[in-house]
Design a protein. Structure first.
Length: 229
């Protein structure tokens, strides 16, 4: 009783589910970053200094956005130049010790002054249960510079990045930029993958536990030397 011989989903097409998901391919190049940072700096009334430094840290260190914006000060050892990201905060569930280049130490030192007594590197700018900035803060700030709406709000700048010759990209695309630049810097693939905390699947991932820390120190410092100017 009540059994139908027809598939009720037959009338639905791929478009009704939002279309076919496409992988992101946008990768801001090393040559584009001077322009990107210049525009961000020129519009600090709309893209505050904390956001600017967050983008620099995302690019140089290669973490996921959520790992950086929720970063508490007690994970950082600025004296020994290491960020100890624990498994419970790593998106993939794997802890990693991230070497900090000299420039990152300077940026974190500035952020420490700005953060005051907050337990977080990027304190919440309005009432928040988390204590740190919203997951949408960087996304909205970047989107605004591309002249796009953030929620119901119109852009306050217009497409200033586009007018500067920068094709639209998202915060998540920065990790791809990190990885690509390292590849062009001749960083070995397994080292570059570890720099962005990609974990190999299968047997190799189980038995190859080499953290490549010393090699990553060099890779991150090289990238920082390219980006900092």
């Amino acid at each position: 009783m009540g059994v139908t011989h027809n598939n009720p989903a037959n009338s639905f097409k791929t478009k009704h589910a939002g279309g076919i998901e496409k992988s992101r391919t946008r990768t801001p190049s090393l040559e584009e970053w001077p322009t990107i940072f210049s525009v961000m700096s020129n519009y600090q009334a709309h893209f505050v200094r904390d956001n600017y430094l967050a983008i620099a840290l995302l690019l140089v260190l290669g973490p996921r956005k959520e790992e950086l914006i929720g970063l508490p000060w007690d994970e950082l050892d600025l004296q020994n130049k290491v960020w100890y990201l624990p498994a419970e905060r790593a998106k993939n569930g794997y802890a990693i010790d991230i070497p900090l280049p000299d420039q990152a130490i300077e940026w974190f030192t500035e952020l420490k002054i700005k953060a005051g007594k907050s337990n977080y590197v990027f304190p919440a700018r309005r009432a928040s249960k988390s204590g740190y900035i919203s997951h949408d803060t960087l996304n909205h700030a970047l989107t605004n510079l591309f002249g796009k709406k953030t929620g119901k709000l119109e852009s306050s700048t217009g497409d200033v990045l586009g007018e500067a010759g920068i094709k639209y990209f998202r915060i998540h695309d920065i990790r791809r930029s990190t990885r690509t630049i390292m590849s062009k810097n001749k960083v070995r693939s397994e080292v570059a993958e570890k720099c962005i905390n990609h974990v190999k699947k299968g047997v190799e991932g189980i038995y190859n536990q080499d953290a490549y820390f010393d090699e990553r120190v060099i890779a991150h410092q090289q990238l920082a030397d390219q980006i900092a100017p």
